[in-house]
Design a protein around this ligand. Structure first.
Ligand code: URA
Length: 260
């Protein structure tokens, strides 16, 4: 967020951040529990400049304000959770604090990972940024590590790089995909499993995000993906110190790395 911060009414801002109804906020303000730069705010209708440092300046009942609108998160998505607001079963949104799930606009995933794919997942409440990050014309590269069920036949890297591979049921070939045998240092725990797969771990980098693209790509090449993990999104890498199920808020410089 920049210096030309948008001004928003305090009660509207906090209600949209999940702190309660506008009436609840008015009561919090009346009780002196909303402070800016250490001083209690007296008017719930006051217009507040919403900049990214607001969490350092505002407290609610003594606690720092949650990150203001324009939030971008990096999550280490665990296996077995779904990127959906609606479906049954464990959802990635349940890994966020309950108040964050009541925010308007809602926090949504930037693209999706399958339930059985782990790794780097971005989330945001910024619709324009979300669309920019997933638009093919933005050419944001995503890297996946895939453990294959069967040995390579030998021509996979060439076919993927050629931009001619057609997925089942589609009419347009895939854009070129880069494939290499993953360096041992990149083959972390997420891909280790005792499921009988005997193929190598490969790293594939793609600019598109078609439905189940990596799994369907290897199916089209006569193989099968036994385990899948995303470790890079644009210029961002999943931090080693971020355990599965955890997330961090990105600052403006880290967010810019998505498009670097
Ligand atoms: N490709 C897949 O097949 N699954 C994912 O989750 C992401 C890319």
């Amino acid at each position: 967020m920049s210096g030309s911060a948008k001004q928003v009414r305090l009660d509207r801002l906090l209600a949209n951040m999940g702190y309660g109804s506008r009436k609840d906020i008015q009561m919090l303000v009346k009780a002196g529990r909303v402070r800016l730069d250490g001083k209690p705010l007296g008017d719930a209708g006051e217009r507040i400049p919403v900049a990214s440092d607001l969490s350092q300046r505002m407290t609610i009942s003594g606690e720092p304000l949650d990150p203001p609108p324009g939030i971008v998160l990096i999550m280490h998505k665990p296996l077995g959770v779904t990127c959906s607001h609606k479906e049954a079963g464990p959802l990635v949104y349940q890994l966020l604090p309950p108040r964050w799930r009541a925010r308007k606009p809602a926090i949504s995933t930037i693209g999706r990972l399958d339930k059985e794919t782990s790794g780097l997942l971005l989330l945001t409440d910024d619709g324009a940024m979300l669309h920019r990050a997933i638009a093919p014309k933005s050419k944001v590269a995503k890297r996946y590590l895939a453990r294959l069920a069967r040995p390579l036949r030998g021509d996979e890297a060439e076919v993927l790089a050629s931009g001619t591979l057609m997925l089942e049921g589609e009419t347009k070939p895939l854009l070129p995909v880069e494939m290499e045998i993953a360096p041992v240092a990149d083959c972390g725990n997420p891909l280790v499993a005792d499921d009988g797969a005997i193929g190598p771990i490969v790293a594939v980098t793609l600019m598109e995000g078609r439905y189940h693209q990596v799994r369907r790509m290897f199916a089209a090449l006569g193989n099968h993906v036994a385990a899948l993990h995303r470790d890079r999104f644009g210029g961002l890498r999943l931090p080693d110190e971020l355990p599965a199920g955890d997330f961090r808020v990105l600052d403006d410089a880290q967010t810019a790395q998505i498009f670097a």
